[in-house]
Design a protein around this ligand. Sequence first.
Ligand SMILES: C[S@@+](CC[C@H](N)C(=O)[O-])C[C@H]1O[C@@H](n2cnc3c(N)ncnc32)[C@H](O)[C@@H]1O
Length: 377
Amino acid sequence: MNEFAFELRYDLWRLPTFEPNLAYPVHRWFHFKEGFSRDLVEFVVRRMGLQEGQVVLDPFVGSGTTPLTCMELGLDAAGVDASPLMVLISFAKTRLYDPERLLKIAGRLQSVAFRAQDLSSVSPLVRRAFTPETLQQLLSLRDEVMKIEDHDARAFFTLALMSAVMRCSYAIKDGSVIKIRKRKLPEFRGVFRSKVRQMIEDVKRIELRSGPAEIYAGDAREMNFIGDESIDAVITSPPYLNKIEYTRVYEIEMELFVGGSRPNLMRSYIGLSPRPGRIPPEAEGLPDSAVAYFVDLEQSLSEVLRVLRRGGRAAFVVSGGVYPGIVVEVDSVLARIAKRLGFEVERVIAMGKRVATYERVKRIGESRESVLMLRKG
Ligand SMILES: C[S@@+](CC[C@H](N)C(=O)[O-])C[C@H]1O[C@@H](n2cnc3c(N)ncnc32)[C@H](O)[C@@H]1O
């Protein structure tokens, strides 16, 4: 890595993780294990010296950490995601809500009478994940939430339903698979009521100085809905190499709250569909899946270059990928690709380090989690 300025900040290891968000209002509305923290976004914003009113884009917006933090800091923000589930979540987290209005709707929802629901179109996985009673109550409430006319409020209550029902589920996310573990669960209605109460408290507590953010359903490799040179900074984290398949663990939320768009979603996920095209010379000789990953990341980097104004900055949070026998240093490969495309590589800030093993015992090196800081000259 000597070819680029390299900064070791292993003291900041928690920043690229989601954990710190669990203590922050609104950020904690959906526990997105693959997300980074509000503190990471603030750290990068300060490093870049961004000023109020400037525009920040996150082309892999996930649960909305970047735009929400920007709204707290008085920056304008936009986000893009290929997953309709993540679009729903990040949209719901980046509205400017009126708590009184939410309270009124919450009151109405509490008096909803539960009706018997037809479960024949529900998948076997979802049926196994809940008690029939929870599922009946959820579907009745979901019908009522769908009738809310105000788009923002509908997103708010959909997210509340989603978080509450997953707490009342036998499903456990274990790495990249869902496991069903029968155990005693809390009563759904009570959980929903307290979730809504907590979320409305969060709306009152969080101090937002700009917004709402623009959230787009789209592909980071082709953002034709964003104008050339219209963005001051990009702060983002694409799916990590080796960890791309995590969409499977959100299958229940997808089925219940977004509906069957999974096949398209998978095709647009970066790194999953090696498309014909030139292989980046920097990825030559790497395992096929790593090559496919860098082909897609090169396209997203080109798009970022197009939408950034001159002098604009970009921060990519990435992590090394572990293969039998080798660790692919994503930060260095991506830095080289970015340089060839015309970016100035300002520095690589390493924040995390994990010993990489193969078959759990053979030590093959270290995998780094870092922030790649770029500038459009
Ligand atoms: C690591 S997560 C981002 C997490 C985010 N920083 C947060 O704090 O929640 C990567 C996101 O990229 C999205 N994604 C994958 N392929 C994409 C594509 N081609 N275009 C846009 N988003 C994509 C995934 O749906 C996922 O939400």
